[in-house]
Design a binder for this molecule. Structure first.
Ligand code: LLP
Length: 437
């Protein structure tokens, strides 16, 4: 189940008509199926049930507290990449003992936050960061549990902009420098080397790149052990692909079989950091048609969602299915059109050359598989409302994030006093040159 299906001629999210949600919450609106998220998590947890595994959901894919809560209740931990994400995970009730913290630019403050809450593990990206973490941990009179992120030099075979494990990508320590890095880590009093980390990229639709990278990690793990550095866990990262179009990503069972074989005999605890695979197909973006524009040069469906709502098509040329919320009766003629947003940029296209019925003003469309990296990457560009978000569970649904109107987007902007504020404006703030007056 991905949570969305046509019933009686219209699109439903679980038991709720999508048109009803759009009427109440407004458009554009992201709609998530709680049942679909849970089912994805259980598919992974079930396939790996005989292995000592912890799934740390990659918060960045969809950081909403309700999603974090739901997954945490299923037993998931959180993979975080900032103090903000750690704060979210904690706010949603994820136990610190299930939180890992990655990212190339951890600040002292973020390190302190993680140490203070005694999170499970810091995934360290460089020697300089390791030295810094050592210093911060010693100041706090503690030791930081560390996994060093290695760069295994494996091409993930996915989009260039979301591949992270090739030599030359900014992430991790090159695998040939890993032994040196671990020897340094073992010598630092504020550092406790506990694991090994890697993450080779996102939306990877084949098993082979994972197997190549994981094998290198296990070999390194064994090598380190012979050198007296015994790591209790390996964190293999995330990156499991989903089906956007014709992809046939490996199923959790196939992944588990590969991992079982590669890690046999290590006695290692395993961590995975899936993001997209848990939430991507459990969400749709619902948008309303503003205009239908037909010229001799082309046919456009102009809708109220765009690159400010869903950045993936503009940023990665990503494909998302687009369909009508009212099910086209069999035999309905389909037209070829570009589905475009309201933003003043030519790249603001949700889908090119789509086959859709002759929709018009007021009709609703749904953009598929947008539960991951959709709402997470929303922007205020062009001062349009930020989309609402809705969670559906069976016949129940709730607005979990109301639309953010432009007035709220500029509510914290301050016009300095030397720019005369118009009568009645309350936007004037203090000036730095006034300090001390
Ligand atoms: N772990 C680490 C260290 C990561 O950097 C990422 C994603 C994940 C886990 C989760 O990867 P996933 O399982 O979701 O593939 N905005 C892009 C995706 C960027 C992914 C960045 N890192 C997109 O919309 O395709």
């Amino acid at each position: 189940m991905n949570g969305f299906s046509y019933r009686r001629g219209e699109l439903f999210a679980e038991e709720v008509p999508v048109a009803e949600i759009a009427a109440v919450a407004g458009t554009p609106v992201y709609v998530y199926s709680a049942g679909a998220v849970r089912e994805r998590f259980r598919a992974y947890a079930g396939a790996f049930a005989d292995l000592p595994v912890l799934f740390c959901y990659a918060v960045k894919a969809n950081p909403h507290l309700a999603i974090l809560r739901l997954l945490s209740a299923e037993g998931a931990g959180a993979d975080t990449v900032s103090g903000g994400e750690i704060a979210r995970a904690l706010a949603a009730g994820v136990p610190p003992s299930r939180i890992v913290f990655a990212g190339v630019a951890k600040t002292d403050g973020e390190m302190r936050l993680g140490l203070h809450h005694r999170i499970l593990q810091f995934n360290v990206e460089s020697l300089e960061e390791l030295e810094r973490l050592d210093a911060v941990a010693r100041e706090a009179d503690t030791r930081a549990p560390v996994a060093i992120r290695i760069n295994p030099d494996v091409a993930a075979g996915s989009h260039d902009k979301i591949s992270t494990g090739r030599r030359g990508d900014k992430f991790g320590v090159p695998i040939e420098e890993a032994v040196e890095a671990y020897e340094r880590a073992a010598a630092l009093p504020g550092i406790e080397p506990v694991g090994l980390h890697l993450h080779i990229g996102s939306q990877i639709a084949e098993l082979a790149p994972f197997a190549r990278a994981y094998r290198r990690a296990v070999e390194l793990w064994r090598d380190l052990r012979t050198r007296g550095i015994a790591l209790e866990r390996i964190d293999f990262g995330g990156g499991f692909g989903i089906r956007y179009r014709e992809e046939a990503p490996p199923d959790p069972g196939a992944l588990a079989a590969m991992v079982r074989e590669l890690t046999a005999g290590t006695g290692c605890r395993l961590i995975f950091e899936p993001g997209r695979a848990l939430v991507g197909e459990a969400g749709i973006l619902v948008s309303r048609v503003i205009y239908r524009k037909e010229t001799r040069a082309g046919r456009y469906l102009v809708v109220d969602a765009g690159m400010h709502t869903l950045m993936r098509p503009a940023l990665y040329d990503a494909w998302h299915d687009i369909f009508s919320v009212r099910e086209p009766p069999p035999g309905t003629p389909l037209l070829t059109m570009d589905v475009v947003g309201p933003i003043c940029e030519s790249s603001d296209i949700l889908g090119r050359d789509r086959r859709l019925p002759a929709l018009g003003r007021g009709d609703l469309i749904a953009v598929g598989a947008t539960g991951a990296y959709g709402a997470a990457m929303v922007s205020n560009y062009n001062s349009r409302p930020r989309p609402a978000e809705v969670l559906v569970e069976g016949g129940r649904w709730a607005v979990i994030k109301p639309r953010v109107e432009p007035s709220a987007q500029f509510a914290d902007e301050i016009v300095p006093p030397w720019l005369a504020a118009p009568e009645g404006s309350d936007r004037a703030g203090g000036s730095h040159s006034d300090a001390g007056d």
